[in-house]
Design a protein around this ligand. Structure first.
Ligand SMILES: [Fe+2]
Length: 384
């Protein structure tokens, strides 16, 4: 059985202070196809082992200067892939067995040895060494591939972020074709909502979800007919019914985009009020997601501080008074309280920044690509 194992010159380091034993062991191993490297002392063997890099080390137990267990221990760092075998006379067998049990030694060969048993043990040791080396190689390979995978994932995430930003710009632009004031309102409330969410100690990724929800809150209006959406006068009952479908239409639209799905509930609930008098589900209090409760406050802020066809814009101070007045009815008291902690200059600065972009992008209307880049740049600056 042993003779069936094919060995092609694998190195076996042997150390024994008895020259006859050394030669006898070498002969047996050579006949089995191994490449034995013989040393008469542990020191000589240690000096040679790093250059030899054997797959198996066989050491005598009783040697002058250093016993076999100490020697084998020292080979561990110098030839990590080598598997260690202790060759010992029967009277030292008990000590040697302790070394095996302590995990220092792979097997013991007793002197005098039985040739077939000796070769079987060396074959097993060489096989164990091969497996160990292969295992280490595979571990390194897996680590390398994991590193590559991480890199690919990062690149993919970056691509998704880019495309998502382009998609958001596209969606907002689509709505803007229908209703020109919408996009600046949407962009202002998205930045207001992020600022208010920060005041409520909300962190990423929720900040981005809230920002997306506020930015796209009216996206469902894409599905409302022109004669309803753009009607100058008051809407009749049927028209109102159609208009009030826009949160659900927006929600359904965002369901189709994985990356935007977290923001869809904010879109669905953006017309709900704290006291349950909103639509479409008339839910109240904390049944409404925090992003929608935040949106509701900043939407009022923006509506009041913007010009309307029938009235001029009011001041931020007046908007503040109105938000305080409606706390507990329209607005979540906790969100309204956080709103009051934000310095008024922060709201005014966001409004001014978006206005600047609106003016600049009107100038750039002839070259539309500049418009989105401009807003992306501003958007990035405001987020930092
Ligand atoms: Fe709306």
């Amino acid at each position: 059985m042993v003779s069936c194992v094919e060995v092609t010159g694998e190195r076996v380091l042997i150390v024994d202070d008895d020259d006859l034993i050394l030669k006898a062991l070498a002969r047996v191993l050579e006949s089995a196809g191994y490449d034995p490297r013989c040393h008469l002392s542990p020191d000589e063997a240690l000096a040679a082992i790093e250059a030899d890099q054997p797959v198996v080390v066989i050491s005598d137990y009783m040697m002058p200067g250093m016993d076999g267990i100490t020697f084998l221990e020292q080979t561990r760092a110098r030839a990590p892939a080598a598997v260690r075998i202790l060759c010992t006379a029967a009277e030292d067998f008990r000590v040697a067995l302790q070394a095996v049990n302590a995990g220092e030694v792979f097997r013991i060969i007793s002197k005098p040895w039985h040739q077939q048993e000796l070769l079987a043990t060396v074959h097993q040791a060489a096989e164990a060494s091969r497996l160990r080396t292969e295992n280490e190689r595979l571990t390194r390979e897996v680590q390398r591939q994991n590193g590559q995978l991480r890199e690919i994932n990062l690149r993919l995430e970056e691509m998704v972020r880019h495309r998502t930003q382009a998609l958001l710009e596209g969606l907002i632009a689509a709505l803007d074709y229908r209703d020109a004031e919408t996009q600046w309102h949407s962009r202002r409330v998205s930045l207001y909502a992020r600022r208010l969410a920060q005041a409520l100690a909300i962190h990423e990724p929720d900040l981005t979800t809230i920002e997306h929800g506020a930015l796209l809150h009216d996206i469902g209006k894409i599905g409302v007919r022109d004669r309803v959406l753009l009607k100058p006068g008051p809407l009749d009952t049927d028209e109102w019914t159609e208009m009030k479908r826009h949160p659900e239409l927006g929600w359904a639209l965002l369901q189709r985009v994985d990356y935007l799905r977290p923001a869809s509930t904010i879109v669905l609930q953006h017309q709900e009020k704290w006291d349950g008098t909103g639509y479409p589900a008339c839910i109240k209090g904390e049944e409404i997601v925090i992003g929608a409760r935040i949106f509701h406050v900043v939407d009022t802020l923006d509506a009041m501080t913007s010009d309307r066809p029938y009235r001029k814009a009011k001041s931020f101070a007046e908007a503040r008074t109105e938000i305080v007045r409606c706390t507990g009815t329209q607005f979540d008291p906790r969100v309204a309280e956080a709103f009051l902690t934000v310095p008024p200059e922060d709201w005014e600065r966001i409004r001014l920044d978006v206005e600047t972009v609106a003016v600049l992008s009107a100038d750039l209307a002839e070259t539309p690509p500049g418009h989105d880049e401009l807003f992306s740049a501003l958007h990035g600056a405001l987020r930092n």
